[in-house]
Design a binder for this molecule. Structure first.
Ligand SMILES: [Zn+2]
Length: 80
C-alpha cells in the first residue's frame, strides 16, 4: 500500500515550512523554485523576482537578529 509521510515539522504533504528541503544544495533548491514557476508568464515572473529581492533580505535580517539574541543570552548566562 502506498504510504506518504507528512513533514515532521509542519505536517503538510508536501512540506510547506522548508524542513524537508533543509539538506538540499543551493543549486538544487533554486532549480526546484524555478520548476514550480513553470506555468507563469514573463510579467508574473518579473513580479515574483522583485518580491524575492525584498523578501529574502528580510528573511536574512530575521536570522541575523535571532542569532544576535541567542549570543546575548549566552553572554548573560556566562556573566551570571
Ligand atoms: Zn514542513
Amino acid at each position: 500500500m502506498p504510504y506518504r509521510t507528512d513533514c515532521l515539522k509542519c505536517w503538510d504533504s508536501p512540506c510547506s515550512c522548508g524542513y524537508e528541503y533543509r539538506d538540499m544544495t543551493e543549486e538544487h533548491m533554486a532549480e526546484k523554485i524555478v520548476d514550480i514557476l513553470g506555468y507563469r508568464n514573463k510579467e508574473s515572473l518579473e513580479t515574483i523576482l522583485q518580491l524575492l529581492n525584498q523578501m529574502i533580505p528580510e528573511k536574512i535580517e530575521k536570522i541575523d537578529n535571532l542569532e544576535k539574541r541567542k549570543s546575548m543570552t549566552k553572554t548573560w548566562f556566562f556573566v551570571k
